[in-house]
Design a protein around this ligand. Structure first.
Ligand code: BEZ
Length: 252
């Protein structure tokens, strides 16, 4: 690995791009941009507002239909496609691929990175942010114990991959990308609807699929393990997110 995991270049927010992720992406009118794991289109609509033609892909059909039905004045240029980010089949189609809070849901991330590389035109950029090593560490420890108390092994159900920054740099470079920015930072994240809601929202389908209806027990084990650590009182919980933010380029 020849890239230091500390930022060499800074991409500070500017009046034109007030969020650092948009400052990294710098979408330009007329560009074709893929939003990988677009969800309901929070970022896709911002990118489209800059004049880019956006394609949003996600496995969540319900989220895609919310995005499709959204009536945002002046923003028409968003296409959506139900697609697993590990099975992209685009070929030299996009000026940029953007992703936020999605890559860690796509283990092995290497499959997604390979598809992104093929999807980009020469010189195209891959910009994003996702969970790095240590992301939601306390939640993962509690889940491990919550599963074990129910006689299950969390690693059999773990849906995430949170690579270290050097490992992610290696992956990008071995896939052919040049890295021009990478930064890793902790981000304490309030969970305004509480941790029970977070667990249900992100783990509900996994809990439902557990054998012998053990999902409810695992959920309540996990909640009680973490309550003293993460709750600042009642439903006011805070989670220990760690982000990797990066910009890489396919050689021209
Ligand atoms: C996140 O880091 O954004 C995240 C990780 C796991 C579940 C939900 C969100």
């Amino acid at each position: 690995m020849s890239v230091k995991p500390t930022p060499e270049l800074r991409f500070d927010a500017s009046p034109q791009h007030p969020h650092p992720l948009m400052a990294l992406l710098r979408p330009v009118k007329g560009e074709r941009i893929l939003d990988l794991g677009c969800g309901q289109g929070f970022w896709a609509t911002k990118i489209a507002a800059a004049g880019a033609a956006v394609t949003g892909v996600d496995t969540d059909a319900r989220a895609l239909s919310v995005l499709q039905d959204r009536d945002v004045a002046g923003i028409q240029d968003i296409a959506v496609r139900e697609c697993d980010g590990r099975a992209l089949d685009y070929d030299h189609a996009f000026d940029a691929v953007f992703t936020n809070a999605a890559l860690h849901w796509m283990p092995p991330i290497s499959d997604a990175v390979r598809g992104v590389y093929s999807a980009l035109k020469p010189g195209g950029r891959f910009v994003g942010e996702f969970g790095g090593h240590g992301n939601i560490a306390s939640i993962r420890v509690a889940l491990k114990h919550g599963f074990a108390l129910a006689g299950l092994d969390f690693s059999d159900y773990d849906p995430w991959e949170f690579p270290t920054t050097p490992a992610f740099c290696d992956l990008l470079q071995n896939s052919g990308f040049d890295i021009d920015h990478i930064d890793t930072f902790p981000r304490l994240t309030p969970l305004p609807m509480g941790f029970a809601h977070w667990l249900e929202h992100f783990m509900g389908s996994i809990f439902e699929g557990l054998p012998d209806g053990k999902g409810a027990a695992v959920k309540s084990n996990t909640l009680s393990i973490l309550r003293d650590v993460m709750s600042r009182g009642g439903d006011d919980w805070i989670a220990d997110y760690v982000r990797i933010r990066f910009r890489a380029r396919k050689p021209a």
